[in-house]
Design a protein around this ligand. Structure first.
Ligand code: NAP
Length: 330
């Protein structure tokens, strides 16, 4: 058995039956895909709720290549590279665009899966194409930006039909024509001519203040997605809950802040066993004291039930929860 406590940032003390680390495409060629195989990057968005009896494969592919063109930079990063280190490297080289996405935990390969986003910027904006290895057919393919079907915290890589695709690397394009994105309240204190370096430093500072460091307080970042609901439902909520933050989407729907819903439902200090709602950011659940998988699931269910009864809104997990065999929810 292989201990998983150090392999995922929520640090539940469970084991896996089999772990295979992939550091070359060659290692993928000999892999036999099974129904219980699960691909893991840095484990910052996955929670193992019990011993995992399947085959766990961990992405350790490394390497970064950068080519300059007249209009921008073509950047290729292998999927096992750390996302934040890539951001720091790019900003240091004068390649701008990813500064708002600094300090998001996880690997480069995980970034397109849930189309990571922060402070008004989504990674999809800079993704030109994604390279995948089909572990069933044993062929390598490239998906264009359009084929990735990027949406809010979503992509084709989340669909169960494609879980056997192992992302090997991501091709980005960062245009030289750069413009700062400063629309979010947390960035309002920055000057309108702030540089990408200043934005990155500010984002790092804010995130360090607001979010618990997984190395000290184990967590998996945002536990739930921000719900997106029809406008009519939103108007009903605005009448019932004056002051509720609402963000109108391009398609006419409304995005709600899940953290606000949880906080105002009085759930901020809630805990079940060793699992708790973080006191500074209600969207983050933490492993306060040797939480078991059952503690986490029970806490999450309690929050979902409360939010449903109070607001009539469904909270969906953003994290990937696994039981002994595979995904409970993705
Ligand atoms: P925040 O700034 O306190 O805002 C609360 C929520 O309101 C956010 O979730 C954000 O939605 C939304 N929001 C705020 N201003 C907005 C605007 N001008 N337009 C549209 N939506 C707006 O949020 P926070 O928890 O401290 O997080 C800061 C940023 O980091 C957010 O963008 C958050 O999504 C991001 N973050 C991302 C991840 C991840 O990718 N897994 C994890 C942690 C934090 P959005 O979430 O849609 O931006």
């Amino acid at each position: 058995m292989f201990p998983l406590k150090q392999k995922h940032s929520f640090a539940v003390d469970v084991n896996a039956k089999q772990v295979i680390e992939i550091d070359s495409i060659g290692a993928l060629q000999s892999l036999v895909w099974k129904n219980d195989t699960y691909i893991l990057g840095e484990g910052t968005n996955t929670i193992f709720t019990e011993d995992f009896n399947g085959q766990l494969i961990i992405n350790r592919l490394s390497g970064i290549e950068i080519k300059e063109s007249e209009t921008g930079w073509h950047v290729y990063a292998a999927a096992g590279e750390n996302w934040h280190k890539l951001v720091v490297k790019l900003i240091g080289l004068g390649i701008y665009g990813s500064e708002n996405l600094a300090l998001i935990p996880g690997s480069v390969g995980a970034a397109p899966v849930q189309n990571i986003g922060a402070y008004g910027v989504e990674v999809a904006t800079f993704i030109d194409r994604v390279e995948v290895y089909d572990c069933k057919l044993h062929v390598q393919t490239t998906l264009s930006h359009e084929e990735c079907e990027f949406a809010y915290r979503d992509s084709i890589f989340k669909r169960p039909a494609h879980w056997h695709w192992f992302i090997t690397g991501v091709h980005f394009f960062f245009p030289k024509a750069w413009q700062a994105v400063l629309g979010y309240p947390d960035l309002a204190s920055l000057a309108s001519d702030a540089t990408a370096e200043q934005i990155m430093s500010h984002v790092i500072k804010i995130r360090q203040q607001k979010l618990p460091d997984p190395a000290r307080v184990p967590n998996a970042g945002s536990f739930f997605k921000n719900p997106v609901i029809p406008q009519a439902d939103c108007q009903r909520l605005q009448a019932d809950f004056p002051g509720i933050p609402v963000f109108l989407q391009a398609n006419g729907e409304c995005k709600l802040a899940a953290a606000w819903l949880i906080d105002k439902a009085g759930l901020k200090s809630l805990s079940v066993g060793g699992a708790a709602v973080h006191e500074r950011q209600a969207l983050v659940l933490v492993n306060r004291n040797n939480a078991s998988g059952a503690d986490i699931l029970s806490l999450a269910e309690h929050i979902q039930t409360n939010v449903r009864e109070r607001y009539g809104v469904e909270l969906e997990p953003e994290v990937r929860l696994l039981n002994d065999y595979g995904l409970i929810y993705s």
